[in-house]
Ligand binder design. Structure first.
Ligand code: SIN
Ligand code: CO
Length: 390
């Protein structure tokens, strides 16, 4: 059976395409039918907590490229013309389980690299302009047709149109005949910073963007320095026991070398860095949507809910990862959940972090594991729900 990469194995995809070059996969999902209609997508865009944008090629005020941020309402949709606009809704996988199911097909890429599934709807002509994204993306055609034109890799200095709130490339030309019309089930992979322009060619065009994320050097340095800073003693300071006599106003090379050593030695801690990175990469996209149970459950209630057929599943916006403990502690690990790191057994960390099946009820037989699952349930990272088989 072929997977979402068509004839390609994940191994070959990763070696030849991932972060390297675009790939068009015709019928990545043969006969794909979107489990979500355009009306349902519009409904989601009207919800308070859902992030959405409307991009109009010409706004109501006659100016080019108008962007309206959600939540949307009936009035906005009622005034829209027959063509040339796009509605984009972020993180649909957080709200629609049938959409989240698609993510299983991408398990050849670490889950903590995933950002979300954004879904767009556009009538004919709808597009968001030629642009580059800083992230890898798989563009799955969900319904209707979209014409994609690719314009090659762009450097950091690629000129963008001034005076509008969209990042549209000033110059765009199609590279290497890379132009295709995608039908439902077709999918296009783009590496970061590869210029692209997608124009709807039907009245029912829906495009799913399975987007990944990677921290910028700026974000990583700032966050790591913040985390590490909390652990450093105030007593570790710039020191100059080697000070020689010099011009009293001179900042000399030796001073720079001392501060450089202070900073680099304080920051270069591999073990702490892995503790930070797991926390950092599992922070939720919308922290406000992680809601603690009120009142909280006790273990007996959790046990009886599960005994009566409820299931413990991962929260849809929650992020999980695990890392085995460094050498010498083969059975231990850190389980990372929604920006936190919890030491536990490797087997438990794997069971909680991996896959998307309900957690096996037998985990509660161990008291430590039961306490951990209870804590995760009380903070909203795990959720009790009715069993679908019940
Ligand atoms: C769209 O779905 O219209 C745009 C997606 C993208 O280009 O990133
Ligand atoms: Co894009």
């Amino acid at each position: 059976m072929t997977g979402i990469l068509g004839e390609l194995t994940p191994e070959r995809f990763l070696a030849e395409y991932w972060q390297k070059k675009p790939l068009l996969i015709r019928q990545a999902i043969p006969g794909f039918e979107s489990p979500l209609s355009a009306e349902e997508l519009a409904g989601l865009a009207c919800e308070e907590e859902v992030e959405s944008r409307l991009v109009e090629s010409v706004g109501a005020d006659g100016k080019p490229w108008q962007v309206t941020h959600g939540p949307m309402d009936e009035e906005i949709f009622a005034r829209l013309p027959e063509r040339d606009w796009t509605l984009l809704v972020q993180a649909v996988d957080h709200y629609v389980p049938e959409v989240a199911e698609l993510l299983e097909q991408f398990s050849f890429i670490p889950r903590w690299r995933l950002d979300d599934i954004m879904i767009s709807y556009a009538p004919p002509g709808g597009n968001v302009g030629p642009h580059v994204d800083n992230y890898d993306v798989f563009l799955l055609q969900g319904a209707g047709q979209r014409r994609w034109q690719l314009g090659g890799f762009q450097g950091e200095d690629a000129a963008i149109v001034d005076g509008i709130s969209l990042r549209i490339l000033k110059e765009f030309s199609i590279s290497n005949d890379e132009e295709w019309v995608l039908e439902p089930g077709d999918m296009l992979y783009l590496p970061p910073r590869y210029a692209h322009h997608g124009i709807s060619e039907s009245s029912d065009c829906m495009t799913w963007s399975i987007g990944f994320r990677a921290p910028s050097a700026d974000e990583a340095v700032t966050s790591w320095a913040d985390y590490r800073g909390e652990q450093l003693s105030d007593a570790v300071r710039y020191a100059d026991p080697d000070l020689g006599e010099q011009d009293s106003a001179l900042l000399d090379d030796a001073a720079i070398e001392r501060v450089r050593a202070l900073i680099l030695n304080s920051l270069d801690d591999r073990e702490q860095m892995s503790e930070w990175f797991g926390r950092y990469m599992t922070q939720t996209k919308y922290p406000d949507q992680l809601i603690a149970l009120e009142p909280s459950l006790d273990l007996a209630t959790l046990r009886s809910a599960l005994a009566e057929g409820e299931q413990l599943v991962r929260g849809q916006g929650s992020r999980f990862a695990y890392r085995p403990a460094p050498d010498g502690d083969a059975d231990r690990a850190t389980l990372f959940v929604d920006g936190d790191g919890i030491p536990c057994s490797l087997a438990l960390a794997q069971q909680v972090a991996q896959g998307n099946q309900p957690l096996p009820i037998e985990l509660l037989d161990d008291h430590g594991a039961a306490e951990l699952l209870l804590a995760l349930t009380n903070r909203g990272s795990l959720v009790l729900e009715e069993s679908s088989e019940a």
